[in-house]
Design a protein around this ligand. Structure first.
Ligand code: GLC
Length: 574
């Protein structure tokens, strides 16, 4: 098999690959290399910046604040005109000195680090990612033996927070390399900018060589391209830059081009009347048919986050400038649309309940012709007096009122949600604790769909039965997103409560992928054990709580220029 990979810096002439052909050549990946790597015990004490100090004051953490390193200062060119791109992370592993006086260390933390290091995947001697699950007890591997882009995000954050940025850099460069492959499903070519859902390292023991194999959706169940991968890639590039202060990676022409290619895919003009992105079912974390086709919140929030990160990372050269203008316009429209039409609280629910239909012209209040009878029964009880959230989907005559955890957390972190909306989301989580957290954080979607609706919406998917997997299952990976959102909104006690719950079981249960049941009491029917993002999600949550200054890596402050729309009651009645 030909050599499919090399250094980005070498030559631009990557060998094109017919991914389908390559698929047939999948061989078992040799993990021995990753297993015998000794865990690194870096003791890298790094520096803190002003915004971190104020965070610490908020959380009552004593602040040792040395000055940022001069290397970082010298490197800082890309965004020195932009607010706060660089705020270095610091060592905050389980044996961090600061944990002793601020955050009680739990034995699960050491176990988690071991599990995370065992999941490392090496390519030609370098760590390039983490395997989705290291469950040796399941016969059926499916694609859990691959490095998923979305799954690697919490791993990457854990390594960055622990002062180990190299693996993140390797991952960013390797996936960038994969982006330039020719991507084809049957006879159809995918857009140039599409990033893979996952990749794996193929080891040829005869030739003693290694090659990479990527999946852009052509072997995924349902054959859907991962719309989220490119957004997560941009998010990680910014997290890396923010945490290390090393702007040279983002400044590489290859990275700038990679970003532009991703952006071109989602900023292209078409027949759209909304600034949101139109997607197929299964194009994100929920990668099976679950009725999320249309304009799902997860993708819209990630899109918003990626656009904002790209604004910070794009160079202001001729090509970059053009994108900056397009991004700015889109952000403006997107935030208006999302804050106005996806937001629901008691008042808005009442307004929809009283909607008139068949309104024509721009004076319409019920712009999308949503029929009040389509309001599901459960929402009337679910909606608290204080609180609100972004609903799952909005399109003509369709509002999906389900709660989606990832999208709402990303909305808070990216400041797609206004400060008031962010507070309201937290209020909702607190008042609907049993439903959204229960005995194991956190519900990926609430509520589950069942019976006839389940048959119609999922196509009778036996993996997505009610309160299981994507259909109302509880996913520990979501802990890091909740924790980050809690810290951003000044409510760390909510995260602490959720983490304590998870800690009672996660390690004992061998880090399942998900839990089943209304309260998340049962290990998921088909859940993998040693699911890496469950491990990493827990670690990141712990490190964020221990050292809230890490928040800067994953969150963006509100952009004052993006004015919130008029108050809800007005925006619907003009
Ligand atoms: C499942 C999840 C998906 C995840 C993959 C690997 O397919 O739905 O979000 O990326 O497993 O863990």
């Amino acid at each position: 098999m030909s050599n499919l990979d090399g250094d980005v810096s070498q030559n631009g002439s990557l060998k094109k690959v017919d991914a389908l052909r390559a698929l047939a050549e999948i061989e078992e990946f040799d993990f021995s290399r990753s297993l015998d790597k000794p865990p690194r015990t870096l003791n890298m004490e790094r520096q803190r910046s002003c915004d971190e100090r104020s965070m610490n004051e908020l959380f009552g953490v004593p602040s040792p604040s040395p000055r940022p390193s001069s290397r970082a200062e010298n490197n800082f060119r890309l965004s020195d005109h932009l607010d706060g791109l660089y705020s270095p992370g610091r060592r905050s592993g389980f044996n961090s000195p600061r944990s002793q006086y601020w955050f009680e260390t739990h034995p699960s933390v050491a176990e988690a680090w071991d599990a995370l290091r065992r999941s490392l995947v090496f390519f030609r001697g370098q760590p390039v990612g983490t395997i989705a699950a290291l469950d040796n007890n399941t016969e059926e591997q499916l694609n859990y033996d691959q490095v998923f882009v979305r799954d690697f995000v919490p791993s990457a954050l854990a390594f960055l927070m622990n002062g180990e940025p190299e693996i993140v850099k390797n991952f960013i460069l390797k996936t960038l390399r994969l982006q330039s492959w020719e991507k084809k499903i049957d006879r159809f070519h995918l857009g140039e900018g599409v990033m893979p859902a996952s990749f794996k390292v193929l080891h040829d023991p005869v030739r003693n060589s290694e090659t990479l194999m990527a999946d852009f959706g052509e072997s995924a169940i349902g054959r859907v391209a991962p719309v989220d991968s490119g957004f997560w890639w941009i998010f990680l590039l910014r997290a890396y830059t923010k945490s290390t202060g090393d702007t040279s990676l983002a400044e590489m022409p290859e990275c700038q081009k990679g970003m532009r290619l991703i952006l071109s895919l989602c900023l292209s003009e078409g027949f759209d009347t909304f600034p949101t992105l139109l997607c197929a079912d299964g194009c994100c974390m929920i990668d099976r048919r679950m009725g999320v086709y249309g304009y799902p919140i997860e993708i819209q929030a990630l899109f918003f986050m990626a656009l904002r990160c790209a604004l910070l990372l794009l160079k202001q050269d001729d090509e970059g400038k053009e994108f900056v203008e397009r991004i700015t316009k889109r952000l403006h429209a997107l935030s208006f649309h999302m804050r106005s039409y996806y937001w629901i609280d008691l008042k808005q629910l009442n307004d929809i309940y009283r909607y008139k239909t068949e309104e024509y012209s721009h004076t319409a209040v019920n712009k999308f012709n949503v029929i009040p009878d389509s309001l599901p029964e459960w929402i009337f009880d679910f909606m608290p007096v204080h609180g609100g959230y972004f609903i799952g989907n909005v399109s003509p005559a369709k509002m999906d009122f389900r709660w989606f955890c990832l999208g709402n957390c990303i909305a808070i972190l990216s400041s797609l949600a206004t400060p008031e909306q962010s507070t309201a989301i937290m209020d909702l989580i607190e008042s609907r604790w049993e439903e959204l957290v229960g005995e194991m954080p956190l519900k990926v979607i609430y509520p589950a769909i069942e019976s006839h609706e389940w048959r119609i919406v999922t196509g009778c998917d036996p993996k997505n039965t009610r309160w299981s997997y994507h259909n109302g299952g509880s996913w520990p990976v979501l802990l890091w997103l909740l924790t980050a959102a809690c810290i951003k909104t000044g409510r760390p006690q909510i995260a602490r409560r959720a983490i304590e719950l998870a800690e009672t079981r996660l390690a004992k249960d061998n880090w399942p992928e998900y839990y089943d049941g209304k309260l998340g009491r049962f290990i998921g029917k088909q859940a993998r054990k040693f699911q890496t993002w469950s491990v990493a999600g827990y670690l990141v949550a712990k490190m964020l709580l221990e050292d809230p200054s890490h928040l800067g890596m994953v969150a963006l402050e509100e952009d004052k220029q993006m004015k919130p729309p008029m108050r809800r009651s007005h925006s619907w009645t003009f």
